[in-house]
Design a protein around this ligand. Structure first.
Ligand SMILES: Cc1cc2nc3c(=O)[nH]c(=O)nc-3n(C[C@H](O)[C@H](O)[C@H](O)COP(=O)(O)OP(=O)(O)OC[C@H]3O[C@@H](n4cnc5c(N)ncnc54)[C@H](O)[C@@H]3O)c2cc1C
Length: 509
C-alpha cells in the first residue's frame, strides 16, 4: 500500500508539497484551520470585488515552472513579468520613481538625482549577482543534516564575499551610490527579511540582483489566488481530500513516531507520515510543547514585521496608481529605527499599494478599482492593542488620497481591514508576524527550524519558517527540500503505471 501522508495546513507550502508527493505515489490528505485553502495567499470576495489577501508579486518565477515540470504537469499559470517592476513615491516629490530592469531606462528616472547611475549600478549588481549564484545551490537550496555540513557548505562560498557578512546593506549601498533616493529604494528589500537595511548584512544585496536583473518580479493573470485554485484543482483530480475548519492542537506520539494528531474537537488524524505547514517554530512550541520553542523562547527569536492590510473597493478609475507602488514618508532612518519596536501606530505611515484590477478587470465592478494596501507594523510583542485600527486606516487613506489626487474616502464602496491580531488568529501567524521568522544570519539554513522533526521520525515541516525561508518561490523550494527528505527516508514506488521491472519491489518500506 502507498504511504498515507497528512499535511497540516493548505498554504502554498502544503499545497506544493501535496503536488510533489502525489506525483511520487504518496496518498495525501490535507487538514486546514481556515475555511479555504491558500494560507496567507488567500482571497476575499466582497460586494462585487475580489481581493488577494497577501502576496501580490514574486521573484524567481522559474521555481513555479520547476514545480509543475517536476510533477509532469504543464504549468497552468499565466505568469506576467512586471515592467516597471514597481514605483516608489517619496513624500517630498510629486512624481514617483518608476523602477525598470533596463538600467538605461532606470537611469532616466534618476536623472539629476544620481550621476553616472548605469556605471555605479552595474558594479553594484555585478557583485550582487556573484553572491546570488555562489550561494544559491551551495548554501540555500539544500537540506542540512548537521552544523558540520553547513560549515562545509559555507567554506565553499568564495572568500571574496566575506566582507559582505560584516558590512550592512546600507553601508554597502553607501559605498556605491551618493543619493539618498537610490540607497533607500535599493534597501527596501531588507524589510522583507525582518530587519532594517542598517542592520541587515550586505550579502542580501543579492535580492537587488533578483529583482532588478535576474528574473524580476511577476504576478499571475487572473489574480494571485489562481495559484491556489490551479494547484487545488489538480490535487482534487488526484483524489486528495481537504478538511477545512480543522485546527491541530496536540499530538499522540510513540517510540515509532507520531501515530496521530488531534484537532480542536478531539478527533484523531492518523497517517504514516505527517507534514506540518503551520509555522515550524510556533508549532513545535504550541502543539508539540517543546521547551526550546516555548513562548518565552519564541519571543526572543527575530520575526518579520506584521501586516496591517486594507482591502478597499472604490468607485472610479485611478490613472496615476501603478500596479505596485511604495509610498514612503520623509524620515527613512527614523522610520527604520522605530518600526520594529514601537507601540504606537505611525502617524505618517509607509505603505505599499497594489491594484490588481488594473490587469484583472473582473476583480472589480465596471468603472471601479480594487486597492490592496499593506502597511508593515510592529508585531504583537511590541504593539498588542489594535483598537486604533480605524484611525490608522483613515490616516493612510487621507495620505494616499492626497498623494494620488483622488478622494478614496469619498469614493469608498467597500472596506475590509486585517490587523496583526486578525493575521495571527486566522492563520496562526506567531505574534502576527507576516513573513514568519526573520533571516538574520543566526536564523538561516541549518540554523533555521529544521524541516525534519528532531524527535519523531515521521514528522516533517514545510513553509516560511523552516528552510530555506519566506516568500512564494522560496516556499516552493521548501516543498522540494521536504519532498527530497521524505523520499529518502520513506521511498515510495510510483503508483501510476509501474514498470514491470519494478512491480515486485513496490512499496519498499
Ligand atoms: C500581507 C502579506 C503580503 C505578502 N506579500 C508577499 C509577496 O508579495 N510576495 C511573496 O513572495 N511573498 C509575500 N508574502 C509572504 C508569503 O505570503 C509567505 O511566505 C507564504 O505564503 C507562506 O506560505 P506557507 O505555506 O509557508 O504558510 P501559510 O500561507 O501561512 O500556510 C500555512 C497554513 O497552515 C494553517 N495552519 C496553521 N496552523 C494550523 C493548525 N494548527 N492546524 C491546521 N492548520 C493550520 C494556516 O491556516 C495556513 O493556511 C506576504 C505575506 C503577507 C502576510
Amino acid at each position: 500500500m502507498s504511504k498515507k501522508v497528512i499535511i497540516i495546513g493548505a498554504g502554498l507550502g502544503g499545497l506544493s508539497t501535496a503536488l510533489r508527493l502525489t506525483s511520487k505515489g504518496y496518498q495525501v490528505e490535507i487538514v486546514e484551520k481556515y475555511h479555504q485553502a491558500g494560507g496567507r495567499l488567500n482571497q476575499i470576495k466582497k460586494d462585487g470585488f475580489t481581493f488577494d489577501t497577501g502576496p501580490s508579486f514574486f521573484s524567481m518565477s522559474y521555481e513555479f515552472t520547476e514545480l509543475f515540470d517536476s510533477c509532469g504537469i504543464k504549468n497552468p499559470l499565466q505568469m506576467n513579468e512586471l515592467d516597471p517592476v514597481y514605483a516608489v513615491y517619496f513624500a517630498n516629490r510629486k512624481d514617483p520613481f518608476l523602477i525598470y530592469k533596463d538600467l538605461k531606462r532606470l537611469a532616466k528616472e534618476f536623472a539629476g538625482v544620481e550621476d553616472r547611475f548605469v556605471k555605479k549600478a552595474k558594479k553594484y549588481l555585478k557583485q550582487a549577482k556573484e553572491v546570488f549564484h555562489d550561494t544559491e545551490h551551495v548554501v540555500v537550496k539544500r537540506n542540512y543534516d548537521s552544523l558540520v555540513e553547513y560549515a562545509a557548505a559555507l567554506v565553499r562560498v568564495p572568500l571574496k564575499h566575506s566582507p559582505l557578512l560584516v558590512r550592512t546593506m546600507w553601508s554597502e549601498l553607501d559605498r556605491h551610490f551618493d543619493s539618498e533616493e537610490v540607497k533607500i529604494i535599493f534597501s527596501l528589500v531588507a524589510f522583507f527579511l525582518g530587519a532594517t537595511p542598517f542592520d541587515t548584512p550586505a550579502v542580501y544585496s543579492l535580492l537587488n540582483y533578483t529583482e532588478l536583473q535576474h528574473d524580476g518580479y511577476w504576478n499571475i493573470q487572473g489574480g494571485m489566488y489562481k495559484i491556489v485554485e490551479e494547484i487545488k484543482k489538480i490535487l482534487v483530480e488526484r483524489g486528495v481530500t481537504f478538511h477545512y475548519g480543522v485546527e491541530i492542537k496536540s499530538a499522540v506520539g510513540t517510540d515509532q513516531g507520531i501515530s496521530a494528531f488531534v484537532d480542536q474537537h478531539g478527533k484523531m488524524w492518523n497517517a504514516d507520515l505527517f507534514v506540518c505547514n503551520a509555522d515550524a517554530a510556533a508549532f513545535r512550541g504550541h502543539v508539540l510543547k517543546r521547551k526550546k520553542f516555548s513562548n518565552k523562547k519564541l519571543d526572543k527569536m527575530q520575526w518579520t514585521l506584521a501586516p496591517f492590510t486594507i482591502y478597499l473597493g472604490v468607485k472610479g478609475k485611478i490613472d496615476n496608481l501603478h500596479h505596485h507602488t511604495y509610498f514612503l514618508g520623509d524620515n527613512f532612518k527614523g522610520y527604520a529605527d522605530t518600526i520594529f519596536k514601537t507601540s504606537v501606530s505611525p502617524e505618517k505611515p509607509y505603505y505599499y499599494v497594489n491594484v490588481s484590477s488594473r490587469s484583472n478587470p473582473h476583480c472589480a465592478p465596471e468603472g471601479c478599482e480594487n486597492l490592496f494596501i499593506l502597511c508593515p507594523v510592529p508585531d504583537l510583542r511590541f504593539k498588542s492593542d489594535w483598537s486604533d485600527r480605524e484611525t490608522l486606516t483613515e490616516n493612510i487613506l487621507k495620505d494616499l488620497s492626497k498623494r494620488i489626487g483622488y478622494d478614496l474616502i469619498e469614493n469608498r464602496l467597500t472596506q475590509t481591514i486585517f490587523d496583526p491580531i486578525d493575521w495571527q488568529d486566522k492563520f496562526n501567524l506567531y505574534q502576527g508576524s507576516g513573513l514568519g521568522l526573520a533571516h538574520g544570519l543566526n536564523q538561516v539554513a541549518a540554523l533555521r527550524p529544521k524541516n525534519k522533526d528532531e524527535v519523531y521520525n515521521n514528522l516533517y515541516y514545510v513553509g516560511a519558517s523552516t528552510v530555506p525561508g519566506t516568500g512564494l518561490p522560496i516556499v516552493v523550494i521548501s516543498s522540494k527540500l521536504v519532498t527530497e527528505r521524505i523520499e529518502k527516508d520513506w521511498p515510495q514506488q510510483i503508483a501510476k503505471e509501474p514498470s514491470k521491472s519494478t512491480l515486485s519491489k513496490e512499496f519498499v518500506k
